[in-house]
Ligand binder design. Sequence first.
Ligand code: ADP
Length: 839
Amino acid sequence: MNTKDHILRWVAFCAIAMFVGLVGRSLWLGLELRQGLERLSTAATDNIQWTLAQAEVDYLKYYSAVLEAETSGDLAHVRQQFDIYYSRIRTYAESGLYARLQDGENGVFLAHLNEGLDAQVQLIDASDDILLNSLPQLTALILKNRHEVREIALEGVELQAAIANRQRVQLHHLFAHLSAVLVILVVSLSATILVLIYLYRRGQSLTEQTVQDAARVQTMISASLDAIILADEFGKIWTFNIAAEEMFGYTQADALGIELSQLVFDSEAPPRDAVAWLFAQERLANQEDGRLRSTGHRLNGEAFPVEISLSASRSIDKGETTVWVAYVRDISHLLQSEEELRRARDDAMAGERAKDQLLTVMSHEMRTPLNGIIGSLDLLAKRPQTQENQIYLSAMRVSGDLLLKHVNDVLQLSRLKANAEPEEVQVFDLCQLVQDLVTSQHANALANGNEISFYCQIGTGIFVQGQRHSIQKVLLNLIGNALKFTNDGAISVDVLRQTGGVEITIADTGKGIAEDDLERIFDDFVTLDGSYGRIQEGTGLGLAIVKGLVTDMGGTVHCDSILGEGSTFTVTLSLQFVAATKADEPAQTKSFLQTVDNVEQQHRILVVEDNEINRLLLSQMLRDLGCEVVDASGGAQGLELLKQRTFDLVLTDISMPDVDGIALLRQARDLGVTQDTNIVAVTAHAAKAELNRIKAAGFADVVTKPVQQEALRAILSQFAHKNASRSSKKTALPITVDNDDALDRFFTTLGADKAQEFITGLCHEMSEFCLMLANASEMTLSMRQEAHRLAGSAAVLEFSELYEELLKIETAPENEFPDVTTLVAAWEKIHSRLQAFAL
Ligand code: ADP
């Protein structure tokens, strides 16, 4: 009930109370009126008035009797009239009715009359003779009281007038009061009637509304697709809608009185205690977001899955008892759809996995023949060729490398998608890494008329702890893109130290990216220029890989760009900073040079590979490195050879049809092949987990396909050192590989133009460095850094003597200026050879 109704109820209550009060009051007033009228109707006042007025009449009668007796002598009549007069006056003096006469002036009159009477009594009571003779005296006595008698009679008239007046006033008041009460009564009665009419109408509309609501609820219950079941506090059903009838197979009449717990239960048999079941269900439902999954049981015994929502409420119809309301939904179809959806999702995921797997397998499988192609190209390029053939070979090598890059990109992406194990963290010189990358892209930059600059603000002697190769890959992609999409512009790479990490920005002044495209460039296979005639090639995987790698490292990457003005890619990485130690020095260059100084050593090597091209290629590369090579076309043949001969090194493929690489290793060790024979796995399965599995099998090392000659050199060097230290024979090998093979390879790999630019740059920088050293008196840090940078370039071109000399400069003792003459001599030797290549 609302507040307005409440107030009206109070008003009605007050009006009724007032009405009752007023009715009471009017009744009381009516009674009073009646009494007043009755009082008026009584003769009491008339009597008094009449009696008082009668005094004068009696007096006059008495007086006339006395006068008459003087002539007639009728004394008896005199005495009779005296008695009447006497008793009248005595009554006034003694009766309480005439109290008004007994006080004041009237009292004096009455006293005079009594005195007169006393005097007259003596004459009246005397004998007739005396009385007769005394009549004149009596007459005189009577006349003496004439004035008093008149006053008493007047008093009667006055009395009557006063009483009449008083009664009139009283009656007037009574009438006025009564009419006021009646007016109020009528008003309050009217108000009460109005309020009652209003309440009646309101009650009527409420009743209509309630009836309508009830009808609506009833319609909703009937029309509901869910079964709606109402049960009393004992769980017995008292409402069962049509949907419930259809769902459970009971008619409403049959269902009434059955316990709800007989229709919906999860156990073997219906629960015994229906009330306990209801409370337990309600508790469970509250924990489960109001809905529960359970099992419905039809009349024919069939069970089906249901979702039930159960709550307790107060019944209006049934007073204050608890009513259980249950909404039951048959979820057979839902579960079926869920199942179908799950199956579809599983199928889709399986399809996705199969696609990824196909991509991965295809990529692996493509890497193996690619290995053969690229390796063969390397070997062919080393043989004397006509200039035209060299051009074709160079083009094939470039295309092969590009294809290999694409294959590697796909593999990398599928590995990222498969959440492959992340790369191990290592300590490295981030500035150096970025610098090397920038240096390696110098020639690329020049080719498009771009300038590339580098700035690192991490601090000298500070290394970082992070995933070196992933960072390298990210930066290579971003710098590569910057170079690819910029012509005659500038690219800057900045490494800035931040709290807890670094921010690396790669900014270019290239073609830029439209704002709408900024979001999607990081998606797989997105290239903004999708036309067939597009200028820049690309698979659209680079940025997807960047995003994947950066995200895996817990970092972020984003791009700001203005179309036509350039782009800035910002990579933020959390990295730990550590002070550099000697052990942290980049191992790559060193090991590369170690390979250089061990090449001359003769090794007996067994190559086990089922793929013929790869076998030939591997063998040839090793022979080129001066090794004695025996090959086997499978694991079984390899084992046979191991039984017959001793090898320094065995290079075995992992996936082979008869005896695979891992089985070969185990069986070889079982045959007694000692650790002196290093068994190295060669595999195209470059996934980290796979590499770990192979390493765990006990291989001395793992080389991934396509195998490059440099990798073979590194392996040979590694085991030559190992064997040398094992035999305590330290072989000091001369550095003699300053030949043009490396230069040829460099040209083939980079392409003539880029290689030429690089070499021109190197000539220029080396000449400047030599000049600077000649003019300097002490070693500065920047000189050491420049020596380090140039040593890197010398290493790439396999100028080992120059490399050694630069290394000496870099590592020269603090207070000793190194002898630069040997460096200058080494440089001059190479410089004269490079003249042919430099621009
Ligand atoms: P790809 O370079 O192989 O096409 P990416 O994933 O590396 O694939 O790049 C996706 C697209 O983003 C490129 O095709 C190019 O349109 C755009 N893009 C990337 N980097 C740059 C950049 N520095 N300047 C302009 N456009 C860029």
